[in-house]
Ligand binder design. Sequence first.
Ligand SMILES: [Zn+2]
Length: 512
Amino acid sequence: MTVKRTIRIAFARIQQESNEFSTVESTIEDFERTHYMEGNVLLEAIKPTGKEAEGFMKNAELSGFYKGIQEKNSEAQIEIVPLFSAWAVSGGPLSAETQSLFENRLMSKLKDAGPIDGVFFTMHGALRATGIPNPEERYLQKIKEVVGANTPIAVTLDLHAHLRGDLVELTDVLCAYRTNPHRDHAKVGARAAKILVDVILGKTKVAKTWRYLPMILGGGSTIDFLPTMLPVFRKLKKIEEDPRVLYVSLFMVHPFLNSPDLGWAVHVMTQNDVQLADQLADDIANLAWDVRHKMPPEFDPPDRALAKVRKNKMARKLGTICLCDTSDAVGAGGTGENTHLLAYLLTHAKDLLSYVPVRGPQVFEQLVNTKVGAQVSVTVGGYLQPDINPEVAVAGRLTYNQATKAFGQVAVVDAGHVQLVITEGAPLAFKPEFYENVGLSVWKADMVVTKGFFPPRIFFALHSRKTLNVATKGITDLDLYKTLDFDGPVHPIKALPGWRKADAERRQANPK
Ligand SMILES: [Zn+2]
């Protein structure tokens, strides 16, 4: 019998997508409200019997990590060491206090963990912190300070990550989602875990490279199973059938970051084959570059959306119609305070029943002692981002007023044709439960307003007979990139003959 080597892998998560147009900083409370775990509670949550991110998904990257490690147990005795896992809904940049809290916690827990052979770290890749450039690269540097420069680090990323040379440099294994809307969290975690174990055992030597693409938008709807991007993602899968290829990632960057070097990117890892990695990275970059002219579908202004709602009587009768407030997509960092659509529906949709969410923490001081059933007049908007979200007054009967874990205090005001759900925290109105839990049956509504680009289409599939993307004005408008300062020409602001010049310049500082 051969004696199996014992290896110890520490694992952690700090995951949030920042929106730098938001002036509402994210804090540790935002993470605690969504998902925060450490130690044994975390370890139990990622086992097949546990729930990694209750309310969001049963299995995500860390459950995948656990599964991947189990599959490697025949090759080595593997001990996994939970540090902590913090995951928040997209929002404004981290406060400086929260950033330093995370850095310190990461370091102290790693120090307490004892000797470590490898680190598995889940993050988004588009996190920002106030006054601190590159917070995620800093986490990786802090990890290295504790475990040593030669201890491998595996990282999983969202495909909306902003990949940069420093991040590539600081990681040994890098795997990103390859679905949009994202559904492969666990699969990606398992893959990264297995490659990490092979690296630790010396069975794999990773050759890696990356490419920068000077493009901000493209790829049509960017949905992986719809025309424009389907052949691209299929091709990525095909490339990985080659046993010499470890993993390929394509990053369709989150466009709400104020970084001069923003752009799409490609990352390739092969089994110690630099030439192959380079060739594949070029191939994938070409594929992505070829879809740059396919712009996202145009969204409807409220009047056009409302005309469609009125026309679709059958959809309303058989279920409801989802209006995605794309200017305030909480899943992309919208504050949830946008009042434009609310104001429009209050005035122009008196013949239709709509459910509308709005974030209004200022309202709860007024409502603190108000009993359900009372008539109230509240003003929402004009508080978190007053320059964007004008104040709107709403009067009606208070039908709900309670504290919730996910959204803080929640109140419902019955204003007749509009049922207004006011939340203290960001109203992630992705799922029917958002309304059902406060006593509003989604079946009864003609329209429900949701706050995301893609997830509502999945979660409301049972109830929704039609989904309309509505654009008003807000911090998740897809044309906001036009207001940013780039340090070089980017598509679609400028017509560019190719991606190679920008890529070469970008990678000069980090030639790997
Ligand atoms: Zn994403």
